[in-house]
Design a protein around this ligand. Structure first.
Ligand code: GAR
Length: 196
């Protein structure tokens, strides 16, 4: 049975596009929904161009009511019936209640070599630490932020010329290779880590 994949975004959605493109070929999964917490996210138009159903659930009207936002998110996801949820630049922290409901079925890509640099500003932190290498990680989402079993990592060397911006720009194409490779394995029931 082809697995149904929902992709959650907040911005430009380049990882979402990489995932969606990868599913256009012989693949155990297909995209059924691209959902953004930001109605202005550039990725929504890109998904529409690829004929993927889209939905925006703006988190702002919910204010501090995180449970209310997540209830709306959950309702939309249940309607789409995904087997797998891919967080792809989705910049909202999810509560343990939400992550528990989808545990084992929800993946995230994070721009660091986890367990290093959970949270924000990963490129600046790698530079400040003088790390000789940097990278990205795809992992299963659990209650703890940017934690959970690692399903894949891609590494690259840091050069003396690198800036926060150059690291981000050089890492993105690696993210676009890693995430589809992990999703393809995961959708086939294989959790063996992909190492690039
Ligand atoms: C990516 O670099 C992704 O790793 C990062 O946001 C960017 C989204 O770009 N995610 C996080 O920082 C999650 N904590 P995209 O919208 O072009 O895919």
């Amino acid at each position: 049975m082809t697995k149904r994949v929902a992709i959650l975004i907040s911005g430009g959605g380049s990882n979402m596009v990489a995932l969606a493109r990868s599913m256009q070929t012989d693949h155990p999964a297909r995209p059924v929904l691209v959902l953004s917490n930001d109605p202005a996210a550039g990725g929504l138009a890109k998904a529409q161009d690829m004929d993927i159903p889209t939905l925006a659930i703006d988190h702002k009207p919910f204010g501090k009511d995180r449970a209310g936002f997540e209830a709306a998110l959950h309702k939309a996801l249940e309607a789409a019936q995904p087997d797998i949820i891919c967080l792809a630049g989705f910049m909202r922290i999810l509560t343990p209640d939400f992550t528990a409901r989808w545990e084992g079925r929800m993946l995230n890509i994070h721009p660091s070599l986890l367990p290093k640099y959970k949270g924000l500003h990963t490129h600046a932190r790698a530079l400040a630490a003088g790390d000789p290498e940097h990278g990205c990680t795809v992992h299963e989402v659990t209650a703890a932020l940017d934690d959970g079993p690692i399903l894949g990592q891609a590494r690259m060397k840091v050069t003396p010329e690198d800036t926060e911006e150059s690291l981000a720009a050089r890492l993105l194409p690696l993210e676009h290779r890693l995430y589809p490779a992990v999703l393809q394995r995961f959708a086939a029931g294989d959790r063996t880590p992909v190492m690039l």
